[in-house]
Design a protein around this ligand. Sequence first.
Ligand code: 5RP
Length: 220
Amino acid sequence: MTQDELKALVGQAALKYVQAGTVVGVGTGSTVNCFIDALASMKDQIVGAVSSSVKSTERLQALGIPVLDANAVTQIPVYIDGADEIDHQGCMIKGGGAALTREKIVADLAQTFVCIADESKLVDTLGAFALPVEVIPMAAAQVARRFERAYGGQAAVRTGVVTDNGNLILDVRGLKIAEPLAMEIEVNQWPGVVTVGLFARHRAGVCLLGTSAGVRTLQF
Ligand code: 5RP
C-alpha cells in the first residue's frame, strides 16, 4: 500500500472514536485531511469540530462541518491528529505543518488524543525528524543558541513560514530525545518560546497506525 493509502485507511478508522452528539477536536496535516473527508459522512451526527489551523477550518467548512471556537467549549471527548514521529510511550514530535500551538491547545481540551499515522512515524527514540518550535520572532536567535548549548541541536528558521499566530518556526536537528517530558518542560520555559513541538504532557492515548497488514491499534 502507498503512504497515501495508509493515511486514508487510518483517517477512515478514526471515525469509530467520534462520538455522536459531541464536538470533535481536529488536527492538521495530510493524514488529518483524510480524516476530515471521512468525517463528512458523520456531519449530521456531531455538534461540530474545534479546529487546530486555518487550513483544517477551511476544509471542514467546505464539507459543511460546523467549526466552533475553542473558547466556546470546556471539554471534548477526543482529539484526532497526526504526528511527525511517535514513540512506544505515545510521546510525539508534531509541527511539521507549523500548527503545533493550536494543536496543543485543542489537545489540552480533549480527554483522549487519538493519533493517526502511517507506520513510518513509529520510532524508538524521538529526534530524527527536526523538532519544530514556534517562537516569537525577536527570540529566534537566542532560542537557537540555547538549543545548541543545552542539547547540541542545530536550529534554523523555517523559511517562508509564518504561523497562524504570526510567529516563526525553528526546526531543530541533531537531537536524540531520550526524555521528551523533561525537554518539553525545560524548553517551554525559555523566553520567546510559544510552543515546543514535543507532545509528552499531551501524549497520545491511542495510536491508529496504518500498516500494509491493516490498521494496528496501539494503546498507551
Ligand atoms: C502539523 C502536524 C501534523 O500532524 C504532522 O506534521 C503530520 O502531518 P502529516 O499527516 O501530513 O504527515 O503536526 O503541525
